[in-house]
Write a protein of this length. Structure first.
Length: 101
């Protein structure tokens, strides 16, 4: 894993390395914002993740995930801690959090 000073630096480098799609959590899946692609937890892997804490407030934290689908799409999911809680299924939560240890 690499070291980044901030979220923007991490996103820029991941984009350069081929993680070009933007993912968001939708009803327990990862949805691609530029297409109709929907990825269930069993259809993607978290290649890398990076956590960033706010300088003045630790509650202003976020994680950027480098995601690769089993069909070859690569992209980024940015999660401000807890922002997607209402759309998170146990399976999706497990897939994302098992990489945080």
């Amino acid at each position: 894993m690499r070291n980044y000073d901030n979220l923007i630096e991490a996103i820029d480098d991941l984009r350069k390395r081929g993680y070009t799609e933007d993912f968001e959590i939708k009803s327990g899946t990862l949805g691609c914002t530029s297409s109709d692609l929907q990825l269930h937890p069993e259809h993607f892997n978290v290649d890398e993740f990076y956590r960033f804490e706010g300088e003045t407030n630790p509650d202003d934290s976020s994680v950027v995930y480098a995601i690769a689908s089993d069909t070859g799409e690569k992209g980024i999911l940015v999660d401000a801690y807890g922002a997607y809680a209402e759309n998170m299924t146990p399976e999706l939560a497990e897939k994302l959090t098992k990489h945080k240890h």
